[in-house]
Design a binder for this molecule. Structure first.
Ligand code: 13P
Length: 291
């Protein structure tokens, strides 16, 4: 049951008004922590790897870890390639066994974004069992290889969003609505809820066709998260929070145990800290007991 693509998992989430946490991981300990935390509360979950860790660890290695963890877990788990602007690398990861691929051609003009996204959709759908996420408008901040300055960020146009979804055949859709990757400079960033609602209505007004994704999850206040979920956000991406947790916990452990040379203890303390963060997000997103 456990190896799934994103589409069905997120159609269910949209229908039942909760969101599935999609957590960026860079190593085995993080992946284990995410899966263990999700299993403990019976929640579906999405493991994400962006391009740099995927290339560094190798897609086959990440897939081997994913499959080993997912096959023995009684919950649905998807493995997602995050923000990949390279069509060939999207194909490589889909062929290796990732079950959701995000082609991020959002920096291209509309026609080229459609063309590249369609190419990835055709490849993944021909393989079967691999869904595709596309993005329109640009999310500011830095996520791995994708960097968008604040003055470059463009919000998603709702009518274009509908055309994008229809022409590309994507399975899930990430519209830029004012969220940003990284740490927000203010506690109250300007999120365009009305735009998000309009996009959700245009695409999924009658029946849900293409579940929506919220990027830039770290740092949004709980009421903002809940509002986005109630408006149709079904996949909720968290990366920066887990990077900070990994590095801060490691730093603290080593500082407190300067004479100890036992890497396993660092791993245990990182795993515990990551699990706490996953529990927090799952609680907020309402995905516990939805597996
Ligand atoms: P944060 O780094 O802000 O959590 O964003 C994560 C994200 O959207 C990954 O695609």
């Amino acid at each position: 049951m456990a190896i799934v693509d994103a589409k069905l998992m997120l159609l269910k989430a949209t229908g039942e008004k909760y969101a599935v946490g999609a957590f960026n991981c860079t190593n085995l300990i993080q992946m284990e922590a995410v899966v263990e935390a999700a299993v403990e509360v019976n929640s579906p979950v999405i493991l994400q790897a962006s391009v740099a860790p995927s290339a560094f660890l190798k897609p086959q290695v990440i897939v081997a870890i994913y499959r080993t963890l997912a096959e023995s877990a009684p919950i649905p788990i998807c493995l997602h390639l995050d923000h990949c602007s390279d069509v060939d690398f999207c194909r490589t990861c889909a062929d290796a066994g990732y079950t959701n691929i995000m082609i991020d051609a959002s920096k291209q003009e509309f026609g080229e974004n459609v063309r590249r996204t369609r190419e990835v959709v055709d490849h993944c759908h021909a393989l079967g069992g691999v869904s595709v996420e596309g993005e329109l408008g640009t999310v500011s901040g830095v996520e791995d290889q994708v960097r968008v300055a604040e003055d470059e960020a463009r919000l998603c146009d709702p009518q274009q969003a509908l055309e994008f979804v229809d022409r590309t055949g994507i399975d899930i859709f990430a519209p830029a609505i004012g969220t940003a990757h990284g740490v927000y400079k203010t506690r109250f960033p300007k999120i365009d809820f009305e735009r998000f609602e309009k996009i959700a209505g245009l695409i999924n007004g009658g029946t849900t066709r293409v579940p929506l994704v919220v990027h830039g999850g770290t740092g949004l206040q709980p009421d903002v998260v809940k509002r986005l979920v109630s408006l149709g956000g079904a996949k909720y991406n968290v990366s920066t929070d887990l990077k900070h947790t990994l590095i801060d916990t490691t730093y603290r452990y080593i500082t407190d145990h300067r004479e100890e040379y036992n890497p396993g203890n660092i791993d245990k303390s990182v795993k515990g800290a990551i699990k706490e963060r996953i529990n927090y997000w799952i609680g907020l997103l309402g995905s516990a007991d939805r597996a």
